[in-house]
Design a protein around this ligand. Structure first.
Ligand SMILES: [Zn+2]
Ligand SMILES: [Zn+2]
Length: 267
């Protein structure tokens, strides 16, 4: 790729669990994983099953930032080919509370009997570190804010040369955090917003930690963002349903994320 770009690739945008079948051909079935490249740097936001198909070679070693530890955001880590490539360094930044050991948290899933091998035992040079924000990866700056979700979930703001995107997966608007979230996302070029439910579905799913495209739209306007990608599609939402919702919104600046989308953030 042209290294003078700030670019997002959607590797997986399904929420809760992976799905497959012809009814998911357009939006994809892999769970949350987003690749961001800027200059020589690469980061991933979340390690859902979309990470299993990510490329392994980059000019500089990538960092995988995990928003939280729900399975749909971790299930691709064990199958990411770079972790098995001898001599290749990969960092995984894990949100921790109360001084927990970040490697031990991932071992809870990636160790027998649930998985054959701990990630740190793979042939690659895998380092699991506590997530500490803000942090710089070359010229990329990653900042965070805790959002409203069962067990918490980090909202990320990723900036490069004056442009930025805000990643709000697994986010439910809550009165306490909403104003802070608006301030945090102010003026972003792109917002990736959890729109798993319709307004009607949401009435029966309050407290599940997800939101709607309509809430995203209000949020986008309140913080003056330029564009929005609706993410974290429900496993039951088929292509037909998501296309219908997208058409009903009818806004060129709002798109339902499709697995495989490549978006210039600085474009
Ligand atoms: Zn999720
Ligand atoms: Zn979650």
């Amino acid at each position: 790729m042209n290294e003078d770009r700030f670019e997002l690739t959607v590797l997986g945008t399904r929420g809760s669990m992976a799905v497959s079948g012809p009814e998911y051909a357009i939006f994809g079935g892999a769970t949350s994983c987003y690749q961001i490249r800027a200059g020589k740097e690469t980061i991933f936001l979340d390690g859902g099953s979309g990470l299993a198909c990510a490329q392994a070679d980059f000019p500089h070693p990538p960092v995988v930032f995990l928003s939280h530890l729900h399975l749909d955001h971790l299930m691709g880590l064990g199958m990411y080919s770079r972790l098995s490539a001898r001599g290749k360094y990969t960092e995984i930044a894990v949100p921790v509370r109360n001084g927990e050991d970040p490697a031990a948290l991932l071992d809870g899933l990636y160790s027998p009997p649930y998985w054959p091998l701990k990630l740190t035992k793979y042939a690659g040079d895998v380092r699991i570190v506590p997530l500490r924000l803000p942090v710089s990866v070359g010229e990329l700056l990653v900042d965070g804010l805790l959002g409203c979700h069962p067990g918490d979930c980090e909202i990320f703001r990723v900036s490069w040369r004056g442009r930025s995107l805000v990643y709000m997966t697994d986010y439910e608007p809550g009165e306490l955090t909403e104003e802070e979230a608006i301030a945090f996302a102010k003026g972003a070029d792109w917002i990736l917003y959890d729109g798993q439910y319709t307004e009607r579905e949401y009435l029966g799913k309050k407290g599940f930690g997800h939101s709607t495209a309509e809430c995203g739209l209000r949020f986008m306007r309140q913080c003056g963002a330029g564009h929005m990608l609706i993410i974290h599609h429900d496993p039951l939402s088929t292509d037909e349903e998501l296309l219908r919702r997208e058409a009903a919104l009818g806004l060129p600046e709002v798109r339902y994320a499709r697995q495989g989308d490549v978006i210039r953030i600085d474009g």
